[in-house]
Design a protein. Structure first.
Length: 217
């Protein structure tokens, strides 16, 4: 039997007998007249990218400032005759307490029983000058300066004023001073506050008014 000769030798190798179209790749170089226009286009694209990045960065910075502003807003609560305002300032607590009185004023943090175990910040005005004291509740109805019982005065800054029959005490203290005569304050936790004021500017005299409240720091 005569063998049939293949017209396309490639078919015997499993290749298609259909002629394949050859593809040619052409490279084109820019003429001197075209080069400046392309460079200008690339420049515009680069400028647009830089502008978009700048707008994004400015927006992020603005959001950061807004968040910071919200974090520094004072919160205010009232307990009896006392008004207490506070805010978290980094690792510190900034606070102000005021009451209608011509005598001393004080606020205590997290007492265990009445006054015992509380970190007390007391203020008065003596001879026209502010007097502040960092104290600790040594017993149910007594307190002493931290420095007198092995602790330290951890009031970072503060002031006490009297005007129009109102005494106002402002102060900044660490959230965690590490002093055993202070109380560790944790943002977001419940904190019991006790307030007191006296009839005179002698902080060793018994208080005449008091109040308490529990807040979320």
């Amino acid at each position: 039997m005569r063998s049939k000769q293949l017209k396309n030798p490639a078919a015997s190798c499993g290749e298609s007998s259909i002629p394949m179209e050859r593809k040619h790749t052409y490279s084109r170089s820019l003429t001197p007249e075209q080069a400046p226009g392309n460079a200008l286009a690339v420049g515009f694209i680069f400028i647009a990218i830089v502008m978009c990045f700048s707008v994004f960065a400015a927006s992020a910075a603005q959001d950061s400032l807004i968040t910071k502003s919200k974090d520094t807003t004072f919160k205010t609560v009232k307990a009896g005759k006392f008004t207490f305002s506070y805010k978290i300032d980094g690792k510190n607590l900034a606070a102000t307490v005021s009451c209608k009185t011509q005598g001393w004023i004080a606020v205590g943090f997290n007492p265990k029983s009445i006054m015992q175990g509380a970190n007390l910040i007391m203020g008065s005005v003596v001879d026209g000058k502010a007097l502040l004291s960092d104290e600790f509740g040594t017993d149910t109805y007594s307190h002493k300066p931290d420095t007198a019982i092995g602790g330290k005065n951890n009031i970072i800054s503060g002031d006490c004023t009297q005007a129009s029959g109102v005494t106002t005490l402002s102060f900044t203290i660490p959230l965690d001073s590490g002093d055993p005569m202070d109380v560790k304050l944790v943002p977001g936790s419940k904190v019991k506050l006790i307030f007191a004021t006296g009839a005179t500017n002698d902080i060793r005299k018994k208080h005449k008014d008091d109040a308490s409240i529990t807040i979320t720091l």
